[in-house]
Design a protein around this ligand. Structure first.
Ligand code: AP5
Length: 221
């Protein structure tokens, strides 16, 4: 049986890090709303143009744009995925339920990454990203071998513009106001799994694995 998860949590909680681990270890496709939006921005698409002003301010991109983007992405997969960074509003969660119903793909779990504000700010201040594939490093806990250079492709690493203090503060506020209700939505649906995101990367991966183990160890498509 394929695994179908959503990853919820504030900026810097480690959603992208864990989604990439699931993809590498188990072939579960990572669908990252933030990476997709940044790719659209970089390619200068109409969606990127429409999303840009919101992302620069640390606000959410309108639901209609993001839901259509995730719908297009789901069409390209056949039932095993982890959606990282979506849904972020109750309207997005309801839309996702409708899309998954249409496909006949019930969600296995919504993983909630819990972390305190101080840790999130420290992590994001030290995050460096490979813009070509989304891989992240952390100068404090997981530095690249050569500062500013990706270990694998040898290309430059960058710091995200929206990790600057003012924009980050806005993203944290938006999470509290608009995404906390999504956590309650999945709690009521009996799908919520809480994860202590302050633990080490390996410990968080083990927790997720335990919660979804029956499916993650099976064949992902
Ligand atoms: P998005 O790209 O989704 O950003 P985010 O949710 O704010 O999350 P981040 O990517 O900042 O953090 P993460 O939790 O993935 O942490 P990471 O693994 O990198 O969204 C960006 C923007 O796009 C939004 O502001 C919005 O405008 C728009 N957008 C996206 N989705 C949308 C939606 N659904 N609706 C509307 N708008 C949307 O880890 C962080 C750092 O910590 C790294 O350096 C990492 O190495 C390190 N680290 C990770 N885990 C650990 C650990 N366990 N211990 C120590 N260090 C760790």
């Amino acid at each position: 049986m394929p695994v179908r998860l959503v990853f919820l949590g504030p900026p810097g909680a480690g959603k992208g890090t864990q989604a990439r681990i699931l993809e590498q270890r188990f072939g579960v496709k990572q669908i990252s709303s933030g990476d997709l939006l940044r790719a659209n921005l970089a390619q200068g698409t109409e969606l990127g143009r429409q999303a840009e002003q919101y992302m620069r301010r640390g606000e959410l991109v309108p639901d209609s744009l993001v839901v259509a983007m995730i719908d297009r992405e789901l069409q390209q997969h056949s039932g095993a995925f982890v959606i990282d960074g979506f849904p972020r509003t109750v309207a997005q969660a309801e839309a996702l339920d409708r899309l998954l119903d249409e496909h006949g793909w019930p969600l296995d779990a919504a993983i909630h990454f819990q972390a305190d504000r101080e840790t999130l700010i420290a992590r994001l201040s030290a995050r460096w990203t490979n813009p070509r594939n989304g891989r992240t490093y952390n100068t404090l806990t997981n530095p690249p071998r050569v500062p500013g250079i990706d270990d694998e492709d040898g290309g430059p690493l960058v710091q995200r513009e929206d990790d600057q203090p003012d924009t980050l503060a806005k993203r944290l506020e938006v999470f509290e106001l608009q995404t906390q209700p999504v956590i309650e939505y999945y709690r009521k649906a009996g799908k919520l799994v809480e994860v202590d995101a302050l633990a080490s990367v390996d410990a968080v991966a083990a927790r997720i694995n335990k919660a979804t183990g029956a499916t993650a160890s099976s064949e992902a498509r």
